[in-house]
Design a protein around this ligand. Sequence first.
Ligand SMILES: [Cu+2]
Length: 186
Amino acid sequence: MKHPMAAAASLALALAPLAGGALATGTAGAAAPHVVKTMRLVTGHMDGKAGWPKITNASWTVKKGEAVTVRIISFDDGSAPLTGNYMKYDAVMGTTSGKELVAGKGVKTVSDINIAHTFTLPSLGFNMPIPVAPTGKSIVVTATFVPKKVGTFVWHCYAPCGSGANGMGGAMSTMTWMTGKIRVVA
Ligand SMILES: [Cu+2]
């Protein structure tokens, strides 16, 4: 019979390859893969294109039924309050806990005046409002969801953070800036 410590060590080795893009959660032995997708959200000043905020890693692929934690590190200290039909996106939607974590604190909504961006997958019913970051610092927002259908789904930012009269042009309507594609595979 194996010594218990040896068994623990071999389990740790078995889980080690997950460390790059995934976290093991739950009890050892029944650990379900839990993917983390990290994106950085920078201002137009930071990415060199004035008025064009940009998200990095805008498009990615996940598996149906697998918990995905979306982690957005935002450096944007400017607000872009939601307008019209988009005002409902001040609420967190479609997360496993009903909340998102803003700087480690669970919230269900972000006050409209304090919204800088949203990360919204309308066809999967998932929405993360991203609050304004403290000037010169970043704010980390995380939320977990489980995609339940296979396909390619476009996410949008619904805060008018782009250019043009209504703030919906420029980065807002350009793929991989304030919109991207999430592929869910079987
Ligand atoms: Cu935006």
